[in-house]
Design a protein around this ligand. Structure first.
Ligand code: GH3
Ligand code: MG
Length: 315
């Protein structure tokens, strides 16, 4: 997500001079991409996902209105902000553009200072919207994804797995004797430990599509699309071992002298008749069993037979 760094502006205009003038104007502050017709605009928009498009209304073959409709029809480009730039200066034309969902409308011949001011304002709004979306999806303490984000992604990934028959692995990870940790070291130390655990979890994930979310107080859920049970179990075991290797002292633990975690996991075999809540419950049951069996271990349903029983650090 582009929360920091230079924002990208795509200028789509069939007139070479207009394109050049706008490009020169914007270049000192933004990364500028150019398109000379509607088709090119759509292609560049899909490829580069600009933050804003300055879109000429009158272009041969595909006009700006058609480009905007196509952008909105594609999930990937649907939310890109668009400012129409048009020689059609009548209020009715402006109204059409705005009704179609354009963020703004600038009449030609344009004033450079006004263009820059309007572009800056739209890009500021884009930044603010992204920041709000980001905050709505992230847990404030651990900076992992939050429960809401997990629910959204889980639903999508579960559907995808059903559609393409690929496996989907899910694990629940819970800190051992964390209540005692808080009681012994205090709540602020507990928060620091939780953040350290979250960092270890994030660094242990292998693929961009993997997701770690804070599910509850000291419980983290891991979602690994397109990952077989054996592979997922290895990833989770490595994460648990990495957490123990942090050597966060835990004198009050009945399990080990350092902070440890337990995990339960399950893999949806793409073709099996299983709902997403069944898969989640399976992982939860395995987590419960891992706790009951003494904690500091990973248990997996349908684990590959050739894997040895997994466990984290030994006391
Ligand atoms: P188990 O090994 O069975 O998981 O035992 P536990 O003590 O970890 O589990 P329990 O459910 O009894 O206690 C969870 C503790 O996690 C209690 C709660 O104070 C602590 N906790 C939950 N969220 C936070 C948090 O945000 N910060 C801190 N410091 N502690 C938290
Ligand atoms: Mg716990």
């Amino acid at each position: 997500m582009n929360l920091v760094g230079t924002q990208k502006v795509l200028v789509a205009d069939d007139d070479t001079v207009n394109r050049q003038v706008l490009a020169e104007l914007l270049k000192p502050e933004y990364t500028v991409l150019l398109a000379k017709n509607g088709e090119q605009a759509l292609e560049r928009a899909a490829r580069h996902l600009p933050d804003l498009i300055l879109l000429d209304v009158m272009m041969p073959d595909m006009d700006g209105y058609q480009v905007l409709r196509s952008l909105r029809a594609d999930e990937q480009t649907a939310n890109i902000a668009v400012i129409f730039i048009s020689g059609l200066g009548r209020p009715e034309d402006e109204a059409i553009g705005l009704k179609m969902g354009a963020a703004d409308y600038i009449a030609k011949p344009f004033n450079e200072t006004v263009v820059m001011a309007r572009v800056a304002m739209q890009l500021q709004m884009v930044r603010q919207r992204r920041m709000l979306e980001h905050l709505a999806h992230v847990d404030g303490l651990t900076e992992l994804a939050n429960r809401r984000r997990f629910d959204e992604v889980y639903e999508t990934e579960w559907q995808r797995s059903r559609r393409n028959g690929r496996p989907l692995s899910l694990a629940l990870l819970d800190i051992d004797s964390f209540k005692q940790y808080n009681d012994h070291y205090g709540h602020p130390a507990g928060d620091r430990a939780l953040r350290a655990v979250a960092r270890a979890v994030s660094s242990g994930l292998r693929r961009p599509a993997d997701l770690a979310a804070r599910y509850g107080g000291e419980e983290v859920v891991l979602l690994m699309p397109d990952t077989e049970a054996a592979q997922a179990q290895q990833v989770v075991s490595a994460i648990c071992a990495a957490i123990a290797a942090l050597q966060i002292q835990h004198e009050a633990s009945s399990v080990a002298p350092m902070l440890t975690v337990s995990a339960g996991g399950a893999t949806l075999n793409g073709t099996a008749e299983e709902s997403c809540s069944d898969l989640f419950c399976a992982a939860d049951t395995l987590l419960y069993q891992a706790k009951k069996a003494g904690r500091n271990r990973v248990l997996w349903r349908a684990a590959a037979a050739d894997l040895p029983p997994q466990s984290g650090a030994q006391p």
